[in-house]
Design a binder for this molecule. Structure first.
Ligand SMILES: Nc1nc2c(ncn2[C@@H]2O[C@H](COP(=O)(O)OP(=O)(O)OP(=O)(O)O)[C@@H](O)[C@H]2O)c(=O)[nH]1
Ligand SMILES: [Mg+2]
Length: 433
């Protein structure tokens, strides 16, 4: 996601090597400007930001215990986070959510991702479609919802979106959250405008979220303004951040309204949606790692104790099994590593696409081990392998495979830990972020 911007910003921070002085800070600012402009952030905004960074880096007294370099990085972090929005606040209360946006912006797919997001927060959720404009729009929502096991209400024959909204409200009233997908158009024409205003009046949503694709860049700001004037949007969802370099422009679009970017989507899968928090986002861009989002993902499926161990790289075979299980649920490891601000070379990657069956086998194997073996798998020699295999009814090579995967993962934890400490975690601790 936003690889170019990331690269550019990291290159900028790299300019601070050695003793930091005014000329190094200027060099860094030029790199930041380049990166942001390439990401389609508004020129004036970029210049304002540059001035602020320059002034604060050179004139502000560094916080206690910080070197000038750390101070400068912190200023860059804060100012970038400022222009890239705020921390999104969402209401976890009963109500209706209405998605609006132009053709192909990602409304229908986002409706289901969003439903899944709220469901994970423990709420009952249903989706419905008021898109009577595009052929097969309802079938698309139906299929996506079915795949994700989300309740979906449709009136496929009805041609009036207002009637659909009215009936859906009644039919779905037992749900905590009802998400309304709406039709798109090439532009916000009169017909669409009227339809959306009517729908908003019927649905009375607690959130009207404008869905904009990241590749719109700065144009997203103009759209936000238009839709805001029309129906008063409460937030923006920037989609397809995974597939464009222009995301910076879209992410800064909320400043034309009094709303904020609330969610971003970063892929086509149902879990590829995140609550947007510019501080977290910028820390990821700068390579400090997004510890909070990572921890949140981990917490969704694992106990906090295990999460701690993952970070501390202090885990035994039992934790290992728990961790593999968790990663099967949290998704591919490369995404988790990206949140840690890391890119692991392909060769070092571990294939975590391990089928349920193998997991089951591994659990049996671990059960056949002594406590000491679980704590220190290093002591397991050939004769112990044989005994464990017999005890758990598997082949010796299965035991070896488990041990070698464990070893690889431990190695990877080491790789993960170093840049974390070197990169920004230390700084983040100092700032108590
Ligand atoms: N790579 C990527 N593709 C996405 C993302 N979100 C949506 N898409 C794709 O964008 C395309 C359009 O998405 P839809 O959800 O159909 O968009 P829509 O706004 O409902 O479109 P209309 O109903 O025609 O107005 C689909 O092919 C989606 O799979 C994303 O975050 N990343
Ligand atoms: Mg649609």
């Amino acid at each position: 996601m936003l690889e170019k911007l990331k690269e550019g910003l990291r290159k900028a921070i790299d300019k601070l090597r050695g003793t930091v002085d005014k000329s190094k800070i200027d060099e860094m600012i030029i790199e930041i400007q380049r990166a942001l402009l390439a990401s389609d952030v508004d020129v004036n905004l970029v210049f304002q930001l540059s001035e602020k960074i320059r002034k604060r880096a050179l004139e502000e007294k560094p916080k206690e215990g910080l070197t000038l370099k750390e101070h400068t990085i912190y200023v860059v972090f804060e100012e970038l986070a400022n222009i890239l929005g705020k921390e999104a606040k969402i209401k976890l209360e009963k109500g209706r959510i209405m998605l609006v946006g132009l053709f192909g912006s990602g409304k229908t797919t986002t409706a289901v991702k969003l439903a899944n997001f709220y469901r994970k927060k423990g709420m009952s959720v249903a989706v419905t479609s008021c898109d009577t404009y595009r052929p097969a729009a309802m079938e698309q929502l139906e299929q996506l919802a079915k795949k994700a096991n989300i309740s979906c209400f449709l009136l496929k024959e009805e041609k009036d979106p207002r009637r659909i909204a009215t009936i859906a409200l009644e039919e779905l009233k037992k749900y905590d959250i009802i998400i309304f997908d709406t039709a798109g158009r090439d532009a916000l024409d009169e017909e669409l405008a009227k339809e959306l205003v009517d729908l908003a009046n019927i649905i009375k949503p607690i959130e009207i979220l404008l869905v904009v694709p990241a590749d719109l860049g700065q144009v997203a700001g103009i759209q936000a303004q238009e839709f805001n004037k029309l129906v008063g949007i409460t937030g923006i969802i920037v989609t397809k951040l995974d597939s464009t370099a222009k995301g910076g422009g879209a992410l800064t679009s909320a400043r034309f309204t009094d709303s904020t970017v609330k969610f971003i989507t970063v892929g086509e899968k149902i879990d590829d949606i995140e609550l947007y928090d510019s501080k977290r986002f910028v820390s990821r861009l700068l390579g400090f790692g997004d510890m909070e989002t990572l921890m949140e993902k981990v917490k969704e499926v694992a106990k906090p104790e295990i999460a701690e161990k993952i970070i501390k790289e202090d885990f035994d075979l039992e934790d290992f099994c728990a961790q593999i299980e968790m990663m099967q649920k949290t998704g591919p490891i490369d995404k988790i590593l990206e949140m840690l601000g890391l890119r692991i070379p392909q060769s070092k990657n571990i294939d975590l696409n391990i089928q349920e069956k193998k997991m089951e086998k591994w659990k049996h194997i671990v059960k056949s081990m002594t406590i000491e073996e679980r704590k220190n798998p290093e002591i397991i020699d050939n004769s112990r392998v044989r005994r464990i295999a017999r005890g758990s009814g598997v082949k010796e090579e299965d035991v070896r495979e488990l041990l070698s995967t464990y070893k690889n993962m431990k190695k990877m934890m080491k790789v993960m830990k170093k840049p974390l400490l070197r990169g920004g975690l230390d700084i983040f601790k100092k700032f108590k972020l």
